[in-house]
Design a protein. Structure first.
Lengths: 194, 92
């Protein structure tokens, strides 16, 4: 009764798309208007934390290998850490801006885990390509939340941060369990089902 | 007279900035829905509901273009609508 792995990617893509839209609208209206209603301030950190929690069943039920388990487990941990830190900052329990370093840490760990747990080459098949691309995207984009720690009110950085999630969501939507990428499909990958 | 004009300039600029923000926020949801719709038109085979016979539960529930449309609708109703109300209240 488990969904195919590609569907799990699509469901997480939907969560990331919503996260990106929330962050983008916060960047557009500014933090004062965004936090005019209390619940809205908790929205995206809560969404990030929830996605971290949901990553645990992914780790438990989609363990193809030990490296998959470590990758999904580390994502769950860093997503919960970044979401939790942001929740603490919004609530006022945490004061130091250095807690925001948990977000670039989450990006760096996510990027590394994506690259390390994909054992096939870029053009083996589409999911291999996307895992490499997602990994390098996260690693490269880690500079944005890192810069936001020092310039938290920069609209350009906030928008770039939001659009990163939209781009990542798009990549995850493109993921298939077995499909060619730019006409390449290794004969070792199997036969595409759709 | 000139001093009145000078004094009114910043508020007019602020109003324009706010209305641009209103436009931008109000477009996010519909643009997301449109992206999902265009995707569905470009790749109709990703919509399993169009050929449901013999499909399992997950293939009928999780359909990426529809997920994008659903995300757009959820954002527009749950996030954008109250946010626009707050922005417009600020404009008054």
């Amino acid at each position: 009764m488990e969904p195919p792995a590609e569907m799990v990617h699509w469901m997480f893509a939907t969560g990331l798309l919503l996260l990106g839209l929330c962050l983008l609208s916060e960047a557009i209206v500014g933090p004062e208007v965004w936090r005019a209603r209390r619940w809205r301030a908790y929205l995206w950190p809560g969404l990030a934390f929830t996605m971290g929690v949901l990553m645990w069943p992914v780790m438990a039920f989609f363990t193809n290998s030990a490296i998959h388990m470590y990758a999904h487990g580390s994502w769950a941990e860093v997503l919960m850490l970044a979401g939790g830190a942001e929740l603490g900052l919004v609530h006022g329990r945490l004061k130091s801006r250095w807690w925001r370093l948990t977000t670039p840490l989450a990006f760096a760990v996510t990027g590394t885990a994506f690259i390390v747990h994909e054992q096939n080459a870029w053009f083996f098949q589409r999911s291999a390509f996307l895992h490499h691309l997602l990994g390098w995207t996260f690693l490269g984009a880690a500079i944005v939340p890192l810069a936001l720690v020092f310039r938290p009110r920069s609209t350009v950085l906030q928008s770039a941060f939001a659009l990163t999630f939209v781009v990542v969501a798009t990549m995850l939507y493109c993921d298939r369990d077995l499909a060619p990428v730019f006409g390449h499909l290794s004969p070792l990958a199997g036969v595409p089902h759709r | 007279m000139s001093s009145t004009t000078i004094r009114s300039l910043p508020s007019a600029r602020t109003r324009t900035g706010r209305s641009r923000r209103v436009q931008a926020v109000s477009l996010l949801g519909p643009l997301t829905m449109l992206a999902g719709l265009l995707w569905a038109i470009a790749q109709p085979y990703r919509i399993t509901l169009l050929h449901p016979h013999g499909q399992g539960f997950w293939w009928l529930v999780v359909e990426p273009p529809l997920l994008v449309v659903a995300a757009g609708i959820a954002f527009a109703l749950v996030v954008a609508r109250p946010l626009l109300a707050d922005l417009e209240e600020l404009e008054r």
